[in-house]
Design a binder for this molecule. Structure first.
Ligand code: DLL
Length: 434
């Protein structure tokens, strides 16, 4: 279903006219209200009135996560605190957290965009949503929650954790939609199995809306097969909004539609900053054109994607972004070769003897980078002879070498030994930085 028929299917010319008007208003507003932007624009020699077409966007300087940190906590807010009704923040595992503020209208916009996203995934007011994204400073829980209420669906605000209770709730309340990180959905399946609950037979979930961390096409297959559901990819980031920046439609499951009446996407070469044409892979840059609390101009997301303009069979005219396979900052450089965890995941998932739970450990031994991939094997295989397990290890190592061009050590580990996360999974341990 298309939630907002007027905007989501708008002819591109009309959409671009709206984008330009909103961009001009945003640039004008931040120039006048946020000293950080005024200084940056002045340094770049560009003034609000120079933005005459969408093409002029590239004259504006980028904003980075470091800029948000340097202005911690509220320095980039464009309205007085009296107009802010909500604050969220990133977890801050890699430094100071980034803090964002929403006005009443921002919350309304976010709720509408999340309602659109849920509808794109085939959810309606007749659905019950089991929302296992964390509630709190993280945007996942409350983002889905407000969207669900706006759409008119029933929402169970279960949040993350206490997995056994979640299974009982799913059995008793019979939710039809599951929202959580893709890795947590597999953990739910695992715990359900332990409790003798069969997702397909005993539960009513028919669609899952998963995001907040990278996952591969093969991981989607695995989830769909195991849980017996449609798995839909949803993308967003707290700096720009939270979940609901882009979402796949259930009709195509082929790229995520970006809600372009609120965000202008660009893909750039992360090294040079040059804007790349449609279809090319690079870093996603987003400009918010309706946000009041903390508008962001050309925000470098560090997420790697590509943009596609071709029309989609669902009828939406908004561009699609390719599934985010990784971030410029989670790219590992191992002996000079660039590797993304998702590439390793794709190779692992080709082997049905292993479970989708893995961790990548990078270390340095005698000035040489060494890579170890620990992956769980299925229960059945673990009881097999050692020789068979070793043979599988060698096979996966060979596949990784052939696909990615790097040598690594693969270590099969016992089922359920790799730590499960209630939210975003931690896939990489880089001991070189410690
Ligand atoms: O993760 C917002 C969110 C909540 C999105 C629930 C989807 C569902 P942050 O905690 O600020 O916000 O983290 C944002 O997570 O820059 C990406 O690197 C990654 N990410 C988010 N969605 C996806 C996705 C939320 N579908 C960061 N695929 C982003 C891959 C994703 N990575």
């Amino acid at each position: 279903m298309i939630y907002n028929d007027e905007y989501e299917t708008m002819p591109r010319e009309a959409l671009e006219a709206i984008q330009l008007r909103r961009l001009q208003q945003t640039v004008e507003r931040v120039y006048n209200t946020v000293p950080f932007y005024r200084k940056k624009f002045d340094e770049a020699g560009v003034r609000p009135e120079d933005i005459k077409s969408l093409d002029d966007l590239k004259r504006l300087p980028f904003t980075t996560k470091q800029d948000l940190r340097d202005n911690y906590p509220f320095g980039l807010f464009a309205v007085p605190m009296s107009q802010i009704v909500r604050i969220h923040a990133s977890s801050g595992t890699t430094g100071k957290p980034t803090v964002v503020g929403y006005t009443r209208r921002d919350i309304k916009t976010w709720s509408e965009l999340m309602a659109r996203a849920l509808a794109a995934a085939g959810v309606s007011q007749n659905d019950i949503i089991h929302n296992a994204y964390g509630y709190g400073l993280f945007t996942g829980g409350l983002g889905v929650h407000y969207g669900a209420e706006t759409l008119g669906a029933s929402v169970i605000p279960v949040s993350g954790g206490n997995t056994k209770r979640q299974i009982t709730i799913m059995k008793d309340f019979r939710p039809t939609v599951l929202t959580c990180t893709p890795s947590y959905s597999l953990h739910l399946w695992e715990v359900a199995q332990e409790m003798g609950v069969d997702f397909k037979r005993d539960l009513a979930i028919r669609v899952g809306i998963f995001g907040a961390e990278p996952w591969s096409e093969r991981m989607r297959q695995e989830i769909e097969d195991k849980l017996g559901i449609d798995a839909i990819d949803i993308y967003g980031l707290s700096e720009v909004l939270g979940p609901g920046v882009a979402v796949e439609c259930i009709e195509a499951k082929d790229g995520l539609h970006i809600f372009e009446d609120h965000f202008i996407p660009e893909i750039i070469d992360p090294e040079t900053g040059e804007v790349l044409p449609y279809g090319e892979t690079g870093e996603l840059v987003l400009t918010t054109i309706t946000k009041e609390g903390i508008p962001l101009i050309r925000y470098r997301t560090r997420d790697i994607s590509a943009l596609y303009k071709e029309p989609c069979k669902c009828g939406r005219t908004m561009v699609r972004m390719a599934r985010v396979t990784g971030r410029t900052d989670d790219m590992l450089i191992v002996r000079g070769v660039n590797v993304f965890p998702s590439q390793i995941e794709s190779v692992l998932m080709q082997h049905e003897e292993v479970a989708p739970h893995y961790v990548i450990i990078v270390d340095r031994q005698k000035a040489l980078d060494v890579l170890e991939v620990q992956v769980e094997v299925t229960e059945r295989l673990f009881s097999d002879e050692v020789r068979k397990l070793q043979e599988l290890e060698r096979r996966i190592e060979k596949d990784i070498k052939e696909t990615l061009g790097i040598s690594c050590k693969v270590k099969l580990v016992e089922p359920k030994t790799i730590e499960r996360s209630m939210g975003k999974a931690k896939r990489v341990i880089d001991k070189r930085q410690i």
